[in-house]
Design a protein around this ligand. Sequence first.
Ligand SMILES: Nc1ncnc2c1ncn2[C@@H]1O[C@H](COP(=O)(O)OP(=O)(O)OP(=O)(O)O)[C@@H](O)[C@H]1O
Length: 671
Amino acid sequence: MGGQMQQSNAAAATTFYDHAGGGTLHNAGPTNDAGDAVMARWLQSAGLQHLASPLADQRSLLMQSYGAQSAEEKQRLLKLMRNLNFGGESGSEPHTPTAQASGVLGAMDGYYSPEFRGDFGAGLLDLHAMDDTELLSEHVISEPFEPSPFIPSGTRPFEDEFNIASSRQPRSQADEDAVATLPVIEKENVARENNVAKIKVVVRKRPLNKKEHARKEEDIVSVCDNASLTVHEPKLKVDLTAYVEKHEFCFDAVLDEQVTNDEVYRVTVQPIIPIIFERTKATCFAYGQTGSGKTFTMQPLPLRAAEDLVRLLHQPVYRNQRFKLWLSFFEIYGGKLFDLLSDRRKLCMREDGRQQVCIVGLQEFEVSDVQIVKEYIEKGNAARSTGSTGANEESSRSHAILQLAIKKHPEVKESRRNNDGNELKSGKLVGKISFIDLAGSERGADTTDNDRQTRIEGAEINKSLLALKECIRALDNDQIHIPFRGSKLTEVLRDSFVGNSRTVMISCISPNAGSCEHTLNTLRYADRVKSLSKSGNVKKDPAVSSSQPITKDVFSAPTIPIPTEAEDINMLRQEVKLGELGRRVAEKESLSSSNFDMPTTTLPSSNTFHARDEKSASVTVTSASFDKEPLEMRNTHSDPTGRKIPMYSPNLNDTEKVKKVSPPRRKSEKK
Ligand SMILES: Nc1ncnc2c1ncn2[C@@H]1O[C@H](COP(=O)(O)OP(=O)(O)OP(=O)(O)O)[C@@H](O)[C@H]1O
């Protein structure tokens, strides 16, 4: 079923390309039936299978006529249509490149106009959403090619980057109306809130450390600009000559070894701080292999955030509302929770009647100045390492979560009258930011530690990192079911991912050749997360939204944005030939399945790109939206004619022996 879905989606996607490129697959033919079948599966994927049968008979009807009676059905159908970008006229819209921008999906992404970037789409057309294989996850360069139009030509200011996702999101008329009626201050808030991307993925490269210098290890990561980097992977040919394979990645921001912690803060967390006061729950996490700089990066962030939060708290608008800052710090170790500010007391996690997660017994402390915050952070960090068997071993096997919460408190008089002994804590949560220092990403797969406990811990880490990605993915797809229960980490973070949420992922990478494999894995994970940040719509936890009153304001947008009347009519006006679409899907499906079996297939089109199978056979396939970007299959090291290509290497030459990849370092090693 999964495989089938994947095929359909791939086919739907390729249909989209063809259509977008003005492809000429309009001939009716034997693929019609297959097209209907594919179309039926496609509709089924959106729960609209009952609309499938009329399609076979009425190929050129307006969507209206297909029997989508209810508003919900119409809406789903609209979303499906959006994702295939029937109009296709917005192809020239600029779009932030992702790593896939240089591959198939990037091209597809790039082609989507804001109007057509349906949030349902990630699930339907995002091949990455279908499996976790690393195929096509990055652009492997092994031959010269013309620069992609999607890759930024110059240095972009980080702020622009941060604003890009939101600027892609069209605001509905209803939203505009809502904003128009708001007081000025609220309008400013709305603008600010909308200007911060939902998911931001930043990569930070640390410098080579002394040991790596001593071992004369190469720095294999070159940061090209503020948003892209290249990994020069040392490899060996079959005849044992050395060569370098280049992997290019693009992210929201890429920070090189010169960048200070202050700048990291400015790029990642600072833009979110003001919207914490506006009911936002934010999460900032560091991901990367052991020793890549996660702790180095994460540790200063809460303090800097606290400084800004405290400063804002002193503003009359918040002081008058009795907003206060609260801090908690705990750790998830081996699937269990420990309070780092309360002698590592074991904590339990419970869901209340409204399916809100509460951590029973977690100590929260009101912090009114930065010095106190600093003391708590130091205390928590000390607790984090004292429980370890080796100096840093445990630290790399736990997820540490520091939360700063803004709460609105009732007037003291009122609280006294209620005789509430816990009056200070009875504040209502306004917003919060969670800082997560994740366990080393390679630990889950670590097979060098063979004792049972280590393996169990490793499995737990693996589970939580996968679950984290799954949750972000599900949220972006607007799935009803968000797999929060996949791990303790995601359960704990549940309320940070629903409603008005923001996520910043900082991927930390080591630059040395010995860490190349881990570095690539980290970047691929980040790339997956990045590819999820397509929609900027506010997501609602269905459980929460059904049980909690939703105030009528701009922050409580519906789960699935309902198209405005104008948008609706616009969509309906398009003469959508779904039967033809099904045929195209089928044609593309058969094409895509046979792509790599054919030595050379040329389809009529003005634009072509080259794809290679593992045997390096050349395949020429059409695509307008690819714009000469080469599609590379991973681990291909030869050009389309099979000739081995010399690759750029900063320090290696063709005959140089490639260094043996060293095992992952322990944190204790690097100290
Ligand atoms: N950007 C950087 N600039 C200078 N030194 C750095 C940088 N990043 C990391 N380091 C140094 O590298 C070492 C490893 O960093 P750190 O402890 O943060 O790694 P980690 O990813 O948290 O490891 P673990 O997963 O074991 O917790 C530390 O000594 C740290 O000071």
